[in-house]
Design a protein around this ligand. Sequence first.
Ligand SMILES: [Zn+2]
Ligand SMILES: [Zn+2]
Length: 342
Amino acid sequence: MTEREYVGAIHLHSTFSDGRQPVEEIVAEAQRAGLDYIVVSDHNSDGTARIGLTGRHGGLLVLSAPEVGGRGNPHFLAFGLRDLDALVGMPSADALEAAAAQGAANVIAHPHAAHIALLPRKPVDWEHWDTHAFRGMEIWSYMHDVCHNAVPWRLPLVFTWHRLLVTGPRPETLALWDRLCLTRRVAAFGSLDNHATRKMVIREMYPHRDLFQTIHTHVVCPPLPDDAAAAAAALTDALLDGRSFIAMDTWASAAGFRFRVEGAAGSLGLGQEAPWQPGLRLVVESPREAELTVLRNGEPIERQRDCRRLELPAEGPGVYRIQGRRGRRPWVFTNPIYLRDA
Ligand SMILES: [Zn+2]
Ligand SMILES: [Zn+2]
């Protein structure tokens, strides 16, 4: 089957909540950046959909998945929520269940929230994991990396080269995700969580046009239908199925990165699940030389430097995923392929 790759940015705040830019401007900047899709996630607001801005804008598909959860509560993104108002004021764990009962597909946002040095505000981690009311979780968030690394002696970077503060998914987040994936599929999402909030005297801080060059979620799926609503539904399904990988494309574009499992009966792509059987092979292709690590159930089983293609047998059942680094920088994190014990 032919597949296409759709590169997009997830978790953006507009003036419908505490972002600085109106969504119309964000859409225009995403178009200029050449993105295939964006997901707007305003706090407890679906304003983007309400004013009819979701859908196609030339080559750009605009989705809205409100970020549910109040101040001092953990947050989740809800795709396909019907009645947002019904959730307002609920504790986040209850809101998650209520959203799922409405038919929404939920994604846990920044599960280990960054604690900003110098600020007294305590971060709120997501703790309500013993539920099936979510389909995915953010594993890597640009602004949470920046905040996490914004210690006083790095403050100049916070205002200038903040991309140097983007140091990759937190180990505790990856460990938690790997653990969850042992028994169920949990789609990983890359996020910006950008507000483009402050305008300093000297320069604009964190404009979307800059962050649109950074962490992308690359969806690899059959070509999207022409109809805008059908395309949005298909892209959402692909994201929630984990048919994607996350890349920090600032350093080098990861477009074309592929991970699949090949066997006599065909091949399995990102996010897919099948019984393990002897003879299956893991195949990784990278558009650029990178240090590629193969993980099985969260444990590295193979690592090769300066590598563009890697192939090895799947020796047994397991949740297999790939991490790629370029130099000292984290670069690519794929969703897993799940080879279950038959
Ligand atoms: Zn949040
Ligand atoms: Zn947010």
